[in-house]
Design a protein around this ligand. Structure first.
Ligand code: THU
Length: 133
């Protein structure tokens, strides 16, 4: 479950993080935000590299930022794409989200103020996770 107020805060934090995107190659600026187990919000942006394949997406940066700050759980994630369409996270980010639970809500937002909410399980069904080890 995610409330409208949480969605609004997540998208706001993602929008702030998006301004810090390092995307000189694709020019596709992405911001993400997560709510940690403590209730605190953490932002992340995509960080590209001249060696293109080393690029890290905004979603993973936000998750890693929260974990590096000491969070053990991630309660929800939002991603704000550089798009008027409603895009969806890449496969690598889906697997990283999966680590923190199948039922975690994921808010997919665009630059028009539109969004939709999915769960990790919607985005990555029949997935591999910590319980499988
Ligand atoms: N990107 C993200 O940050 N998140 C996604 O879910 C998809 C793609 C970034 C990676 C790269 O910097 C740019 O968007 C274009 O692929």
């Amino acid at each position: 479950m995610i409330t409208k107020a949480q969605i609004r805060k997540l998208i706001q934090t993602a929008a702030r993080a998006r301004r810090r995107a390092h995307a000189p190659y694709s020019k596709f600026h992405v911001g993400a935000a997560v709510i940690g187990g403590s209730g605190k919000l953490y932002g992340g942006c995509n960080v590209e590299n001249a060696s293109y394949g080393l690029t890290v997406c905004a979603e993973r940066t936000a998750v890693f930022n929260a974990v590096a700050a000491g969070e053990k759980k991630i309660r929800a994630l939002a991603v704000l794409f550089h798009s008027t369409r409603l895009a969806s996270p890449c496969g690598a980010c889906r697997q990283v989200m999966r680590e923190f639970g199948k039922s975690m809500p994921v808010v997919l937002a665009n630059l028009r103020g539109g969004y939709r909410v999915r769960t990790v399980d919607d985005l990555l069904p029949d997935s591999f996770g910590p319980e499988d080890l």
